[in-house]
Design a protein around this ligand. Sequence first.
Ligand SMILES: Cc1cc2nc3c(=O)[nH]c(=O)nc-3n(C[C@H](O)[C@H](O)[C@H](O)COP(=O)(O)OP(=O)(O)OC[C@H]3O[C@@H](n4cnc5c(N)ncnc54)[C@H](O)[C@@H]3O)c2cc1C
Length: 482
Amino acid sequence: MSKDFDLIILGSGPAGYSASMQASKAGKNVLVVEANMEGFGGAWINTGTVPSKALREAAYTVYKYHNLIYQHKAGSRKPFEKYAMADLLRFKNEVMTKETASAKNYFIKNEIKTIRGYGKLVDGNTVEITDTLGMKHTYTTEKVLISTGARPMPPSTFDIDHNIILDSTSVLKMDHFPRRLVIIGAGVHALEFASIFAAMGTIVTVLNAHSDYLGFLDEEIKAELNKSFSDLGILIQNNAHVMGIVKNKLRNKTEVRYTIDGSDQPLHVIETEQVLYLGSRIPNTEKLGLESVGVKTSDDGFIVVDKDFKSSVSSVYAAGDVIGYPSLASASFTQGRLATCHMFDIPAGEVSGLVPYGIYTLPEISSIGLTEKDAVREGINVGVGRAYFDGLTRAQISSAGHGMLKLVFDADSFKLLGVHIIGESSTEIIHLGQSVISRGESIHYFIRNIINYPTYSQAYQTAAFNGVNRILKAGVKYRKEK
Ligand SMILES: Cc1cc2nc3c(=O)[nH]c(=O)nc-3n(C[C@H](O)[C@H](O)[C@H](O)COP(=O)(O)OP(=O)(O)OC[C@H]3O[C@@H](n4cnc5c(N)ncnc54)[C@H](O)[C@@H]3O)c2cc1C
């Protein structure tokens, strides 16, 4: 018996969105179910990627202008005293509106049916949707894609009130920049928000429960990041465990109480205006009927899939944050498309397993492939080449501040193994390195090709020359060493 749909997708974030586009292009009859009444796009457009990056862009523009004009003059007013959060929020909202409209238009243009409601599995080929009015609709389908994403995990020692104590969603609706902000958590998103607020003049303290943060970064990139955080006045306290958050009515302040591993002092207290909690995220998998249908999940609730994104039930696929690592919009777009290709035997082409990282701190960071430490650990005879942004014309023109590009390569063959960049436009220029790595080419590529001047991409050429000269012991410095 024929089914109502070829594919029903639960969730319209990057994974569901790209899966629906791919299925539609292949002539499939697709229904996208979205539980969020505010709009399509999931964390990508509504609560994560787009709004946080729009807010960062606005704050960074103010920060750059402020620095260019006032150059940290003593007594100059802080950016948040001169610019209203409302203006920055308006900009962010305008970007979100445009992105939502664009996603909606693509659904319409590609004749993808959409329904607002909460979807759950009845069996491997049947989905029940509870719509906005509480009405239930049941549809049959050849395949199901679960792309319901993830949400912030609530903290255990205090409550989020979305007024004084915020999470990654409510911070995007904040109506002013606080003078002091304590951020609990030191992951990528926490440090991105730390940069945004510090750029606007807020005094930011980050409480990190672990002994280190962003430990996956190349050590030299991390050192550059620390310099920038120091310039921005961001203080990171490692090994800090929050015991509670209380209101000090006498002083009209909020107190964050925490312990520090190895400290003589039993309890530390920091006064703040607001608190932002950015802990880990948990998958939206509890109420989807997975257990009754036989879809396996891991101990922490993520859907278990094979290399084709197929779950333990052959008609049910899953992609995006709901399957865990790497939990990025960038990867979710590709996973959604690939899941559709595999379920309908559509040729997907070869997809590289190399995932680039983009971290939107100030300055931004991007990396791909092996770090120097990774390469040494793998027993490779490692060479590195560096370029600093203060020797880069484009960075000077743009007053871009700190920056560095580091190439990690095989010193015998010069084959490029990793690229690590901190600095303006790093999330863009990383893709030049990505192309060279995925083609298996050597760092000579950057020397043999003419690169636009002045550009940030030029850092590749400088770093390649630096790397080659270091190996060949060429150049004044190395000749002296002989
Ligand atoms: C603050 C922040 C900043 C980020 N910045 C970046 C960045 O710069 N770059 C990057 O690559 N990634 C970034 N991310 C990560 C990125 O947003 C996610 O990896 C991505 O959105 C995951 O896509 P997804 O399709 O799996 O799920 P989501 O985007 O989470 O979408 C899931 C959708 O499913 C819906 N849903 C849930 N349950 C149901 C149900 N039962 N029925 C129907 N619908 C349902 C939800 O309402 C939601 O709309 C950021 C995340 C956060 C929180």
